[in-house]
Write a protein that binds this ligand. Structure first.
Ligand code: HEM
Length: 384
């Protein structure tokens, strides 16, 4: 059997289970899960094809395993919507991530990176990868700096499993606080707009209060943990591949963009999302029946030798830009925050390459064990 019955739950203690992915890909085609009602898609071509075709593979019936068999009764998030509703929703919120906004953020992101580096980071997770995406999201939203610590607490409360010390009542209290804060801020910005994303989305009749708050919370959920794991996993990869760090320092002008892409491929923080077949459809060699689910394993697709060649398992920052990695998904749900995440990683690499000759391990890294958003909980490194 290629897929064990307890996949994915018990298989992420050490990050991506590459041997298991390899076995799934060797099957050549989607594989039936022995215990869950879904097909596991581990190959690049098939994951790409399914993500590209929302008419055949919809998101509206749930995208995570705990959602299987439960009617989704919360207001649908952008990720749980299909065209044409998704197209409308995406058009309304896309201006928050337009290139002009991203360009304007580069200077402030660089300032934040410099401040974090000046403090002498020792843990790539706690000292860099956790604070940077949080601070950048606060910058994007226009949250005043005094409120950043509260945002940190809220964001940890919102992401399932991110704050294990918190009980349900504590979590609910923080979630309500966060929602209340966001609605109040949206009302303030509607009355007195500033040059920030809450003002942009609150202006006009774009979104109802509920839609707006759902979307802002979605940004915290979708943007923080993912970027955190790409940053910390990327720095650990450089510590484990000193030749690659030396190459980046020597040719940073030329290699920065491909290095960012390689970090995203290498870390693939989002393990999977599900889709549901809307009609009988052939994917690879598998006949998927209407209503059956497919699990798009982005981390496995990103290591597929059929897409990346025989050295797919090597960390290589000079890897050609094509085929584009699937860490951000593909198709209509392609990550809305991709440019923002890339900006953060690029500026961090640029600033670090200018300062540090060496990145070295100073202890064992600890994985978070999550079968949904995989990454590091701790990564002691020295930068010199
Ligand atoms: C390394 C960092 C990141 C990774 C690996 C990542 C990954 C992904 C993936 C795989 C999807 C596709 C969902 C699907 O196929 O159903 C997605 C969607 C999304 N991401 Fe990201 N993401 C990252 C950073 C961010 C950031 C920084 C933000 C915002 C601040 C963000 C906001 C979103 C949103 C709003 C969607 C939904 C798009 C839609 O359904 O149309 N992400 N992301």
């Amino acid at each position: 059997m290629t897929v064990p019955a307890d996949f994915p739950d018990a298989h992420f203690a050490d990050g991506h289970p590459h041997a298991l992915y390899e076995a799934v890909r060797a099957h050549g085609s989607p594989v039936r899960h022995p215990a869950l009602p879904l097909w596991v898609v581990g190959t690049y071509a098939e994951a790409h094809a399914a993500a590209a075709d929302p008419a055949a593979f919809r998101s509206g019936d749930g995208i995570l395993i705990p959602e299987i068999g439960h009617a989704y009764d919360a207001p649908p998030t952008i990720m749980h919507t299909d065209p044409p509703d998704h197209t409308r929703y995406r058009r309304l919120v896309a201006p928050a991530f337009r290139p002009r906004t991203m360009r304007a953020l580069e200077g402030p992101v660089r300032d934040r990176v410099r401040a974090l580096l000046a403090a002498g980071p020792a843990d790539a997770v706690g000292d860099l990868a956790v604070p940077l995406p949080l601070q950048v999201i606060c910058l994007l939203l226009g949250v005043p700096e005094d409120d950043w610590p509260r945002f940190h607490a809220w964001s940890e409360a919102i992401v399932p499993g991110a704050a294990p010390g918190l009980d349900d009542a504590g979590r609910d209290r923080l979630r309500v606080e966060c929602g209340t804060y966001l609605v109040r801020t949206a009302h303030e910005r509607r009355a007195a707009p500033r040059d920030d994303v809450i003002s942009l989305l609150a202006g006009g009749d774009r979104l109802t209060d509920l839609e707006l708050v759902m979307f802002l919370i979605q940004l915290l959920v979708a943007g923080n943990e993912t970027t955190r794991h790409a940053i910390s996993g990327g720095l650990l990869a450089f510590a484990e591949h000193p030749g690659q760090w030396a190459a980046l320092r020597a040719r940073s002008g030329e290699l920065l963009d491909t290095a960012v892409a390689e970090i995203l491929r290498w870390t693939s923080p989002v393990v999977y999302f599900l889709r549901t077949a809307t009609r009988p459809v052939t994917l690879g060699g598998a006949r998927i029946a209407a209503g059956e689910k497919v699990m798009l394993l982005y981390g496995s697709a990103n290591f597929d030798p059929l897409a990346y060649g025989p050295d797919a398992a090597r960390f290589d920052i000079a890897r050609p830009a094509e085929p584009a990695g699937m860490a951000f998904g593909f198709g209509p749900h392609f990550c809305l925050g991709a440019a923002l995440a890339r900006l953060e990683i690029r500026v961090l690499l640029e600033e670090m390459a200018a300062r540090y000759e060496r990145i070295e391990k100073a202890g064992e890294a600890v994985h978070n064990g999550s079968p949904v958003v995989t990454g590091l909980r701790r990564a002691p490194l020295t930068f010199s």
